[in-house]
Each structure stands twice: as C-alpha cells, then as structure tokens.
Design a protein around this ligand. Structure first.
Ligand code: IYR
Length: 222
C-alpha cells in the first residue's frame, strides 16, 4: 500500500473580470490554426520542437502513466524513408482501391492524394507513439490506462504549442502506420499514434476552404 502524498497547488488566480477576455483571446489564437500540407523548408530550432514536446508531456493521463513517446526526426535520410513508406501505403489506399467509397467521398473536399512531398520538405517530423503498457528496465510490464485518450490529449496540446509559435503541422496518419515501428526502431509495447510534420507554412500555402461548426452546433446547454 502506497500512501498518497500531496503538495500545495497555487496557480496565479486570474480575476473573474478578466476570464472572458482571456477566453476570447485564446479562441482567436486557436481558431487561426489550420492543418497544413504545404510547408517551407526554412529551418526551425530543435529546441523549440523539444520544448513543445515537453509541453505535450504535461498532458493529463490515466493514473499519471504518461503513456507516450515522441520520436523527433530531423535526419533527411530518415524523412525520405518515411515519405517513401507512407506514399507506398497511401498509393494502395488511393489508387489500389483500399479506401472505402464513403471515406474517399469524405476526403474529396480536402483534395488529398497519395503524394506526401511535405514529409521531406519539413525541417522536423514528430511521430507520436502510444505505449500500450509500460516496460521497466528489467522488462516488467506496467499497466497503462486510458492510453488513447491520454495520447490524444497530449497531441492536442502539442498542436497548440506548435501553433502558438507561428509554426504549422498536419495530423497525418498514413494508413496503416505499422511501418513506423520498425523504421524508427521502437519496442513492441509501442504503437504509432500520429505523425506530425512541422515547419513554417509555405509562402504560397493554401488550405481547403472549409468552415468550422459554430458554437451552437457543438454545444448543448442544460
Ligand atoms: N491517410 C490518408 C487519407 C486521409 C484520411 C483522413 I480521415 C484525412 O482527414 C485526410 C487524409 C492521407 O493522409 O492522405
């Protein structure tokens, strides 16, 4: 039996007169984010991406197990291998008939296809792995809880951290992603969760002309 221990939590208190304005400012910041597929090759300091990973790792997680690993890739050769493998899978999806009709139709407005040039253009790729269970130094298994929920929240925080630096990313899930486990040499307790290419958007970047649901469409007040 482990006794719980507690430590004081005293974040600076924001006066109630300021909370609405702050909620608006943060909304404006985040509403300016778009998923980007057209990147600039301009360099981005490694430190900035590592700090964003540190931010992501502050996410809440089931039983505080933090069941995530972030693989940070800057090596052009590894990026090329990732692009090749991702394009091979996506070519089978788009041209080999592996995409179900309803999925193909849902993607049409995005104008995506099997070409993933951006995987080589970007200065950085982060591949997020979920740890289905923990492994200690002796190889003993530690149970993880709410793994997908925890890793999803961490990815959301990572995406927000990237956006607030004025950088862009794409939540990319080349399907299936199993090739990433082998290519990046990850252990058997980890599964690829998402791939996030990161860089400045290209000067001539465009994004699909799509609107977000309004607040009224997503909120239920009781
Ligand atoms: N993984 C494919 C297809 C794709 C799937 C969804 I869901 C998207 O929102 C966009 C693309 C690809 O990356 O092209």
């Amino acid at each position: 039996m482990v006794e719980p221990t507690f430590t004081p939590y005293r974040p600076p208190r924001i006066p109630v007169e300021e909370v609405v304005e702050r909620s608006e400012l943060f909304y404006e910041l985040m509403n300016g984010r778009r998923s980007v597929r057209m990147f600039s090759p301009d360099p981005v300091p490694r430190e900035a991406i590592e700090q964003a990973i540190a931010t992501a790792s502050t996410a809440p997680s089931g039983a505080h197990r933090q069941p995530w690993t972030f693989v940070l890739i800057g090596d052009p050769d590894v990026k090329r291998q990732i692009r090749q493998a991702a394009e091979e899978e996506e070519r089978t999806n788009y041209e080999g008939g592996r995409l179900p009709d309803d999925w193909r139709e849902a993607l049409e407005p995005l104008g995506t296809d099997w070409h993933k040039e951006f995987l080589e253009t970007v200065p950085w790729i982060v591949v997020v792995f979920e740890q289905r269970y923990g492994l200690d130094a002796d190889g003993n298994r530690l149970k993880h809880f709410y793994v997908k929920e925890s890793v999803g929240i961490a990815c959301g925080m990572f995406i927000a951290a990237i956006h607030q630096m004025g950088l862009a990313t794409l939540t990319h899930t080349p399907s299936p992603m199993a090739f990433l486990t082998k290519l990046l040499g990850r252990p058997e307790n980890e599964r690829p969760f998402a791939m996030l290419p990161i860089g400045y958007p290209a000067d001539d970047a465009v994004v699909p002309d799509r609107q977000r649901k309004s607040l009224e469409e997503v909120i239920v007040r009781i």
